[in-house]
Design a protein around this ligand. Sequence first.
Ligand SMILES: NC(=O)c1ccc[n+]([C@@H]2O[C@H](COP(=O)([O-])OP(=O)(O)OC[C@H]3O[C@@H](n4cnc5c(N)ncnc54)[C@H](O)[C@@H]3O)[C@@H](O)[C@H]2O)c1
Length: 254
Amino acid sequence: MRFQGKVVLITGAAGGLGEASTRRFAAEGAQLILTDLDQEKVETLAAKCRAEFGTSVVALGGDIAQESVVNNVVAAGLSEFGRIDILFNNAGINPTGNVVDTSLEVWDLTMNINLRSAFMMTSRVVPGMVSAGGGVIVNTASVASFKASTNEAAYSVSKAALLQLTKVTARDFAHANIRANAVCAGILENFMADRKAISSDDMMEKRRNRVREIVPFKREGRYEEIANVVAFLASDEASYITGAALTADGGLTV
Ligand SMILES: NC(=O)c1ccc[n+]([C@@H]2O[C@H](COP(=O)([O-])OP(=O)(O)OC[C@H]3O[C@@H](n4cnc5c(N)ncnc54)[C@H](O)[C@@H]3O)[C@@H](O)[C@H]2O)c1
C-alpha cells in the first residue's frame, strides 16, 4: 500500500491512462481528487473506486484549460482533504496536422490543454507541497517530447514543452523536497478520445499493423503498464529521481 494516507490529484482521470492510474492509486490506499472534461465518466469512476476500494474521492467535471476550473479543482481538493501530496497532470488531446495545416485555433487549444493546464495546476499545487515539506508531480509526456511525431505538430511541441516544464519544476523545487518527473509513453492500446471520435475500425487496424512494423515489442502498450510507471514515479521507491523522462515504449525509440 504505497499510497496509504496520500492525496492524489489526477487530471484526465476518465481516459484510458487516467482510469488505469486512478485504479492503481486507489488499490494502494490513496485518497483521490479526480477531474475530467467528461463529468459523467469521472463520476462513474469515482463511484467504482468507492465501492471497490473504499476510496475517499472528490470527482469534478470541467475544462482544465480554464483557469477557473483549475482553481476550483484545487480548492475542492484542499477543502476535502487539506492537502495534495501527488499531482498527476495527464489530460491531453492529440490532434493531427503539420505546421502548415494546423489552424491557430487547434494550436492554441492543444497548448492550453496539454501544457498550460499542467503549468496552472503545478503553480497552484506546489505552494501547499512546499508548506507540507514535499510532494511529487508526474506529468504525462510522450515519446513525442523528444522524437517528432509525423503530422502531430502541435501535439509534439506541447509534449516537448511539458517535459521542459517537468524539468524546471524539478530544478526549482528540489530544495523543497518536491520531485517532478515525466512518463514518456509510446503507442498505447487506444487512440486518445478526440482522435478516436474521428477514427474508423479500419484506421485502428492500420495503427495496429504499423505498431507491428515499428515497435520492437510488436504491440501497443497497455494502460496498466504505463500506470505502473506513474505509480513508481509517484512512490517513495523513486526518491532519488527528479527531472527524469521515463520512457515506456516497447523499444520504439531505441
Ligand atoms: N494513447 C496513446 O497512444 C498515448 C501515447 C503517449 C502518450 N499519451 C498521453 O497519455 C495521456 C492520456 O491519454 P489516453 O490515451 O488515456 O487518452 P484519453 O483521450 O483516453 O484520455 C485523455 C483524457 O483527458 C480528458 N481531457 C481532454 N481535454 C480535456 C480538457 N480540456 N479538460 C479536462 N480533461 C480533458 C479527456 O476527456 C480524456 O478523458 C495524454 O496526455 C496523452 O498525450 C497517450
